[in-house]
Design a protein around this ligand. Sequence first.
Ligand code: CP
Length: 315
Amino acid sequence: MKQFLTVKDAGDVPTLVQEALTIKQNIGEYSDLGRGKTLGLLFLNPSLRTRMSSQRAAYNLGMNVMVLNLDKDSWQIEFEDGAVMNSTKSEHIREAAGVISQYCDIVGLRSFPGLVDRDKDYTEQVLHSFQKYCSRPLISLESGTRHPLQSFADMITIAETKKRAKPRVVLTWAPHIKALPQAVPNSFAEWAITSGAEVVIAQPRGYELAPEFCRGAEVSYDQDAALAGADYVYVKNWSSYEDYGAMPSVEGDWLLTPQKMKATNNAKIMHCLPVRRNVELIDELIDGPDSLIQVQAGHRVTAAQAVLKKMLETI
Ligand code: CP
C-alpha cells in the first residue's frame, strides 16, 4: 500500500476488514516488521484518538514514531506555489516535505478544512501538496473531505458486531454549537456503501452532503422514518456543503432519544468522538448498553496497525 487517503486505497474493503480483525486477535504478531523504520505524524489540528492510536499501532509493529504539531511547534507552512513569502509563513511545503521524507519512512498528516473556501477544501490542497512533495507513503489522519482511518475502524466495528449480512446503517445529523467539517460523514458514507451496507443518510434540509458521497445511499429528511429497522445509528454533526460551512436553521428536534431508538432493530449507536454530551448525543445513549463508541475508538489502533503493516510490507 503506497497511500491511504480514500476508500479506494483500501482495495477490497471486506478483505482489509478481515485482515484487521485477524491482527486484533494477535496484535504482537508483527512486532519486528517495523524495526528500524520511523512513522512521522504531522498535525495541523488537535487530536486525541488519531494521534495516540497511530502511535500505539506503530509501537505494536516495532516502529519509532515522531509527532510534530505543525501548527504550533514548527514553522508556519506556505502551500501556494509561487508565493512571495513576505508574511507569517516561514517555510514552503516543498522544503518541509522534502526534509520530512528524509527523516521518516511513512508519514501521516492531519489537515482539517477551513470551511470557508469549498473548492480549496474539496480539492485537498494541503493533502495533495504533501503528496506531491513527500516521497514516502502518506496516510490521511483526516483531511478536508475524508477521515479514512476512522471509517476503517467503524467498518471493523460493524463487521465484528453485525447480525445480518447487509445491515441497515443510518447516518444521522445531530445538533452542535459550532460548524464542523463534513469529513467524517463523507468518509463513513463511502466506506459503508463500499462495504455493502444498506446506507441511509438522514439530515435536515440544507445539510445535504456532496453528491459524490451519497451515491448508493438513501437520503432522508425524516429522522424517524430513517431510523425504522436500523441496525446501526451513526450520530454526527456536520455543517452545510451547499452554503459552505454555514449552519442553516433546522426544523424539528434532531437530538436522538431512547424513544426514537424504539423504531430501530435494537440498533447499536456509533460516534467517532469527541462528542459534546447532551448537545450532540445524550448521556443515557452514550453510556447505555447499545453504545459502540468505546469499541470504535479501540478499533482505531487495529485500523492503523492494518494500514501500517500493509505499507511496511511494500517499502
Ligand atoms: N475521531 C477522531 O479522529 O478523534 P481525534 O480528533 O481525537 O483524533
